[in-house]
Design a protein around this ligand. Structure first.
Ligand code: ZN
Length: 282
């Protein structure tokens, strides 16, 4: 499932082809994605200029002229791909659900085989009150996220730190992969009680969350299944995972012998896999 770095990679890829351009043509191949597309979806978008392209948590916010925002979520398998003006346009695939063509002839298609993604149209004035966006926690790469906010958010929580970091009301945009990686680099056990992460530990964790996300964005995200840059390129951060998906191997810089210690462990927390090094994460 795309997490913050994958969605940011998509945003960066769409930015140059969308912002400042008009949506000359919009076509939808079906009435719904995960939810029904809004009434007159294509009609309401057609002809509008894209003024800005933001991201909030795992949501893309495409700001259009006339105070309208196209809110898009990639779900599990959604991706956008771009075909440049004058390039041969491949026939639409069965899972290409929405197609935008800009005023300079660039085609942007939204493809989503599992159809867990969705799109909505929201008046700009209502954006902050949209049910998907209210209650979202701090953006981890912005100034509002620091040791103090994290510590306050974790104080008194009786869940594991892993579960707390997956809670989008605390920090927005983190999923399983980046939580595992951040906890490893912070030297914190995913099983540790959330409320026990304060002071130096909270400060260290903020630092590792930020650096893991920034590194992942620089690598174009992690391409495990469906994620791709809108140009079609794969992300490469999966090659840099310290622990995620590496059960039984040695963690980077580990001096232990995985043949004897078992190396990185995989456990299940809240129904999802957690990977960690029990010797270096406490
Ligand atoms: Zn280790």
């Amino acid at each position: 499932m795309p997490e913050l770095p994958e969605v940011e990679t998509v945003r960066l890829g769409l930015l140059p082809v969308l912002v400042g351009h008009r949506l000359a043509t919009v076509t939808q191949a079906r009435p719904d994605l995960r939810f029904p597309l809004p009434p007159r979806f294509a009609d309401r978008l057609r002809g509008r200029r894209v003024d800005a392209l933001q991201r909030r948590a795992k949501y893309l916010l495409i700001h259009l002229e006339g105070q309208l925002v196209l809110l898009a979520h990639l779900g599990m398998s959604g991706r956008f791909y771009v075909v440049g003006a004058g390039q041969p346009l491949p026939p639409a695939a069965p899972h290409d659900h929405v197609t935008f063509v800009t005023d300079v002839g660039v085609t942007i298609r939204y493809c989503d085989p599992r159809r867990f993604g969705f799109m909505d149209l929201v008046p700009t004035a209502d954006l902050l009150h949209h049910p998907r966006l209210t209650g979202l926690g701090a953006e981890p790469l912005e100034d509002g996220f620091d040791a103090r906010t994290l510590e306050q958010g974790l104080a008194g929580r009786m869940t594991s730190i892993k579960a707390a970091l997956l809670d989008q009301r605390l920090v927005a945009g983190l999923g399983n992969i980046y939580v595992c990686e951040s906890l490893f680099h912070a030297g914190l056990s995913p099983r540790r009680l959330a409320g026990s992460v304060h002071g130096q530990r909270a400060a260290r964790l903020v630092g590792t969350i930020r650096s893991v996300l920034a590194d992942a964005i620089r690598s174009g995200g992690s391409s495990l299944r469906d994620h791709r840059h809108p140009s079609g390129e794969l992300g490469t951060f999966q090659h840099g995972f310290a622990v995620y998906g590496r059960a039984g191997l040695a963690c980077p810089g580990c001096t232990c012998d995985p043949g004897r210690t078992g190396g990185i462990q995989r456990i299940v927390q809240g129904g999802r896999s957690t990977f960690f090094c029990p010797r270096r994460q406490r």
